[in-house]
Design a protein around this ligand. Sequence first.
Ligand code: ASP
Length: 437
Amino acid sequence: MGILPRRGARVSEETQQDESGLGDTGALTRRILIGLAAGFVTGIVLNLGFTGTGFFAFLVDGVLHVGGQIFLSSLKLLVVPLVLVSLACGTAALEDVTKLGRIGGKTLGLYLLTTALAITAAIGIAVLVGPGEGAAFATTGLEYAPTEAPTLVQTLINIFPTNPFKAMAEGEMLQVIVFAILLGVAMTLAGESGRELLRFFDSANDVIMKLVFVLMEVAPIGIFCLIAKVIALQGPDSFDNMAKYFATVLFVLFLHATITYPTLLFLFARVSPVPFIRKLRAPMSVAFGTASSGATLPVTLRTVEERLGVDESVGSFTVPLGATINMDGTAIMQGVATVFIAQVYGVEIGPSGYLTVVVTATLASIGTAGVPGVGTIMLAMVLEQMSLPVEGIALILGVDRLLDMTRTAVNIAGDAAVSCVVARSEGKLDLDVYRSP
Ligand code: ASP
């Protein structure tokens, strides 16, 4: 029960509004999917028919680039205020620290479990398929300058901000999360003053969610620009030898999204996965278009709370945390890529080696920021740990963008699935909202 009684009522108010015209979410999902498909077609036409022309440069580097970047920036601008405000409100709504510990424990446990499952499947399937065997891969002269990955100790210390404003200005999401949780706890402990501040935060939360709502109206155009540009630039050449690797990653991503999450929902939340899959199409399309869990966060949060019926007190805690640390799709890519690179270079990994890959890739995916391409940078950490050649990353870079888009969609689906399970276990999943069409 939150401090402010009207919090519970808001979901249904918003849902009604959603259904009353401007924000018809079904129609919005359709428009986003149309934007996605149109982006694909336009990209292919541009790539096949206009590469190298002035028209191509004008459209791809000009119009599509500008449109896509404006959409991305406007999504990103919401992330820091949204995480701060919604997480502080969510924590305060839990009202006591033991509850926070319990929900936090369950959430972290499930995030780790799903990631470990994802990477185990990735390694198993990659070993069976052998994406790095057969074709001849030219490995001489490959170069990849790895960005230095931080050590575990550094990462732990870095979670705690010395200056919350600096953390926000620099978009250090884990630090913002820690600050928001502390603020939420303090608001509950501070009696009337805390309640006053919470009322302010609660209103701010409403306003920011409205902003998300407005922005979603232009999402189909933004997605169109982002997809068309990527496809137009991504020539078929980059797929030559990489088709097997590409298909293996896609296959495991697909399995994880269509088997692991639905099973999790069915077994642990005792709900049908069908509404989940249907309602997640819009945020997954945005994730696909932006290749950034962080940028998709406003949309994921809105879907989880308003369409899947996860109470704000749970969703505003689990979703921002997930967008920052839960990256199942990324772990899948890292697992397949490690096996692929080992096969290309003819290195035998062995069972205990695979276990190390599971652990390191789980940590690497936690350390991956929810922005495009970071999963590949963190892959260097896994390869180094396994004493595999880091320059092998250069092989997969050509097809990485499309995989990045797909794995990001899986990353946010994982956040949403775990949020539903945790909410259900706390009696905070509104089944009427979850099941509603
Ligand atoms: N783009 C991914 C995300 O934002 C991270 C990655 O795998 O590079 O979720």
